[in-house]
Design a protein around this ligand. Structure first.
Ligand code: SAM
Length: 410
């Protein structure tokens, strides 16, 4: 986390409180209307100052902009909630928070500590799922946001408190933390605007993650999707979640709520698909390129479950080190996207250009795995006036740099 000067924090808290008054609500409504009318920032701010006063104009404009951004994720709630840009950037998806809350509470816990509540996404989901929630944060702005958001959404049974999760977890006893039988921990994984790849630099750090999972078995921790499998403690379930083909979160479930060893959760068109393994299924075997290429969903790859999908599809890897599968048929499966392979050639730009010209292909989408090429650059280099389209996959096949030209349409 970046240290923010105390006066700045106190000023942000004061502004948030001012926006939660009836006058603040009027200022926010005006700012939202100006934003919807696409009035530029300078003109909008000057109109707001004249209409609602200098004190409310700037904060109202700032929050209106965050609400606007938040709508895609938070839906109707966004227009009732308050977010700073920092809190919105750190916020998870409410539908996934709801899913997490339901699973955590299914074990029978009725009180949950949300350790690092930020703008309150998890707190809100937990309270809506029926829990009493102790929302904890070291940051006064986060606490204010959570308190105001909970109130704005008419949610009861939430207590917002100042506290350091590191100390609370250190003091945890009897499978409880801060008097709660369950916990959600979502460490801050950014500092100075950058992702912190080393879990020891998260706030709270990895040592607190492990300690919580050990001491409070009804707990779930949000971690970076790139987390090394070797770090996952024994008896803990690790789950990777993707939405629309992109990985969005990774979770560690404590032993009282763990149901399996690894889980890949793939959300496609609003439908949730889950693939699980109770133990390491090992790697898939490799084989020659056949008629179809299958690109596993990133949640399947990250969770280490590619070999389960390979077995299901009767497919093999194109290379032992590359997560592309190949088989004789297209797959109707949520775990992969399938491409018909039309041409296989060693990677060579000149030969690829000649082949695409011959096939009448002028526009390509480039995919790559195990290659240093830049997909957008290669797609530009291959662009011509020809009407046909194709997907060009640059990868390694049995160790050799190879191009697969797929789904040619002319
Ligand atoms: C990633 S955010 C939580 C986001 C939240 N779960 C959501 O989806 O909106 C992490 C939060 O943890 C808080 N935090 C960081 N270190 C902490 C600590 N030692 N104790 C309590 N809170 C902490 C940060 O201030 C921040 O608000």
């Amino acid at each position: 986390m970046d240290p923010v000067p105390e006066e700045q924090t106190a000023e942000t808290v004061r502004q948030l409180r001012a926006l939660a008054t009836p006058e603040g609500a009027v200022a926010l409504a005006r700012a939202a209307a100006l934003l919807d009318d696409r009035v530029d920032a300078v003109a909008a701010l000057s109109r707001l100052r004249a209409e609602v006063g200098t004190d409310l104009a700037g904060p109202a404009w700032g929050i209106a902009r965050q609400r606007h951004k938040a709508r895609a994720t938070f839906g109707a709630d966004a227009d009732r909630m308050l977010f700073t840009s920092d809190a919105l950037e750190q916020a998870g998806r409410p539908e996934l928070a709801a899913r997490r809350a339901a699973r955590l509470l299914a074990g029978g816990a009725d009180s949950v500590a949300d350790l690092g509540c930020a703008a309150g996404t998890d707190t809100i989901a937990l309270a809506r799922a029926g829990a009493r929630v102790l929302a904890v944060d070291v940051d006064p702005v986060a606490r204010e946001l959570t308190a105001l958001n909970v109130e704005a959404l008419g949610i009861d049974d939430v207590w917002v408190v100042a506290g350091d999760a590191v100390e609370m977890v250190a003091a945890a006893r009897g499978r409880e933390v801060a008097g709660c039988g369950a916990a959600v921990l979502d460490p801050a994984r950014r500092a100075g605007g950058r992702r912190q790849l080393d879990p020891d630099t998260w706030s709270p750090p990895w040592s607190t993650v492990v300690e919580l999972l050990e001491k409070v078995p009804t707990s779930v921790v949000k971690v970076a999707p790139g987390l090394d499998h070797d770090r996952v403690p024994a008896g803990v379930e690790a789950e990777w979640v993707s939405v629309g083909g992109s990985i969005v979160e990774a979770l560690l479930w404590g032993s009282a709520v763990a149901e399996t060893w690894r889980r890949a959760t793939v959300v496609r068109d609003g439908v949730v698909h889950e693939l699980t393994a109770d133990s390491d299924p090992g790697p898939a075997s490799a084989g020659p390129v056949r008629g179809w290429l299958h690109e596993p969903d990133p949640a399947v790859i990250r969770s280490g479950l590619v070999s389960l999908v390979a077995a299901d599809l009767g497919a093999t890897l194109v290379d032992p080190t590359i997560a592309y599968l190949t088989s004789d048929a297209a797959a109707e499966s949520p775990w992969v996207s399938s491409y018909r392979i039309d041409e296989v050639l060693p990677f060579n730009l000149k030969k690829l250009r000649a082949l695409l010209r011959e096939r009448g292909v002028g526009r390509v989408v480039v995919k790559k795995r195990g290659s240093a090429i830049e997909p957008e650059t290669l797609a530009r280099q291959l662009r011509t006036d020809a009407r046909g389209t194709a997907t060009v996959v640059v990868t390694r096949v049995a160790g050799a740099p190879t191009t697969l030209v797929c789904d040619v349409r002319t």
